[in-house]
Design a protein around this ligand. Structure first.
Ligand code: HEC
Length: 408
């Protein structure tokens, strides 16, 4: 259990959970067959309290399929016992029921199971050729589906346990991704499957984006850094946001080529001048805000999904003024991925059951929402992107799917 990629993981996993009562130690686990194995193994890479997140029996089966991919040394005859123990003692916690709001827009949601079980599809990417790509964080693969035909293809990465997380397309059609567990930026050539790795000093590269000049930017939560990589030379410049432990997370570029970064460890959003590397921080009014991702409207207003408080927020970067709206499924709905498309904000509520896709019309300030289909209700959308035709796409980590929202 001494793989280098594990060092940053402990923190990542803890911060991802909503408020969960802690076990003082593995000894506090309920008795039963499977307890000893859980106590021995499940705190090795992340806190054993992770089991408190709680899942349905089907959810636990897919979590254990992910852990199998992480090569945890559960003896072969113990997997069923351990899965049964977890499903019995750590059932799904109460979740807010999805609030579905009717409205003027017609949309249909399609989901495709990805080929490798337990992939944990983390981020989606809609490429210019109409495909939907995903990162298989625990399959160590990138893959694509052609939504027109259902055809799929997966690419195994070069280094085991790379932990691919975010992904973007360059102008030549190469797919760049963050190797969250091994601290690299990778570039995959989809024609050959060849991967080029760029080592970084950030232990957990997270989200990445190209700015308008072709510079690649990436965040790292635990490293508390925002970095720029020159794709021509591979040279990396590391910037440190002024707030300690600010956990740089989702990013977007505005029309003036300014980079906006949500700081998931604090109630702030950062703006980076991509020409000078100067960083300015905007304070969000509520100290409990923990924005995960953001989207920028054509008028350069900045919209964020406040994961911890269940709000959609709008920051005017010129005045610093903020306005917020409670998300339809309420304070515990955990808004997560967010995009701007077709004149509106589209985002998901990741703790509503089932997950929802929400549309917010900034002119009328009206919400409309849709439930995600399937037995796991599309759990858990962690990011969204927009296809060339304007339709939002999703990656669904627990249900092991990628999705498309067809706006009619
Ligand atoms: C070899 C390292 C390792 C061990 C050992 C391990 N895990 Fe994990 N676990 C991971 C990784 C990697 C992730 C996903 C990365 C992340 O969340 O950042 C994860 C995520 C999880 C999640 C969150 C899944 C989700 O997507 O909602 C749960 C729950 C979990 N592990 C339970 C367990 C249990 C139960 C055990 C023991 C049977 C265990 N883990 C042992 C590496 C490990």
């Amino acid at each position: 259990m001494n793989a280098p990629w594990l060092s940053g993981l402990r923190f990542t996993l803890l911060a991802t959970s909503l408020t969960i009562p802690a076990l003082a130690s593995a000894q506090d686990l309920p008795d039963g067959a499977g307890k000893a194995t859980v106590a021995r193994l499940c705190g090795a890479c992340h806190d054993v309290n992770r089991v408190r997140a709680g899942y349905t029996p089907e959810g636990w089966r897919t979590v254990m399929r992910m852990m199998m991919n992480a090569e945890i040394p559960v003896p072969p005859d113990q997997w069923d016992t351990v899965t049964g123990y977890l499903a019995k003692n750590f059932p799904e916690r109460p979740r807010p029921p999805a609030k579905i709001i009717a409205g003027p827009v017609q949309a249909a949601i399609k989901l495709w199971p990805v080929p490798t079980p337990g992939s944990r599809p983390h981020d989606p990417l809609a490429t210019r050729d109409g495909k939907i790509w995903w990162t298989g964080q625990l399959s160590n693969r990138l893959g694509w589906v052609d939504p027109k035909t259902g055809a799929m293809k997966e690419f195994t990465l070069k280094t085991p346990m790379t932990g691919p997380h975010g992904l973007v397309e360059d102008k030549d059609g190469n797919i760049w991704f963050t190797g969250n567990h091994i601290g690299i930026i990778g570039r995959l050539d989809p024609k050959t499957g060849a991967v080029t790795e760029y080592p970084t000093t950030s232990k957990d590269p997270h989200t990445l984006i190209f700015d308008k000049t072709g510079t690649l930017w990436f965040t790292a939560q635990n490293a508390n850094t925002i970095s720029r990589l020159d794709p021509k030379t591979g040279a990396i410049v590391v910037l440190a946001p002024p707030t300690p432990g600010s956990r740089p997370y989702g990013m977007a570029i505005n029309s003036k080529n300014e980079l906006f970064v949500v700081l998931f460890g604090t109630n702030k959003i950062a703006r980076i001048d991509t020409a000078t590397n100067a960083i300015k921080e905007y304070l969000l009014p509520n100290a409990a805000s923990r924005p995960r991702r953001l989207a920028i409207a054509p008028d350069d207003t900045v919209w964020y999904a406040d994961f911890s408080r269940g709000y959609l927020g709008r920051l005017n970067p010129v005045t610093g003024e903020v306005k917020e709206w409670l998300s339809p499924s309420g304070e515990k709905s955990a808004p997560y991925g967010i995009v701007w498309t077709k004149g509106a904000l589209w985002y998901n509520e990741s703790f509503a059951k089932p997950n929802t896709i929400v549309r917010f019309d900034p002119k009328s300030e009206a919400f409309q929402s849709w439930a995600l289909p399937g037995s796991l209700g599309g759990d858990i959308v962690r990011n969204m992107d927009v296809a060339p035709d304007g339709n939002p796409v999703t990656a669904n980590s627990l249900s092991n799917e990628v999705g498309l929202v067809e706006i009619k």
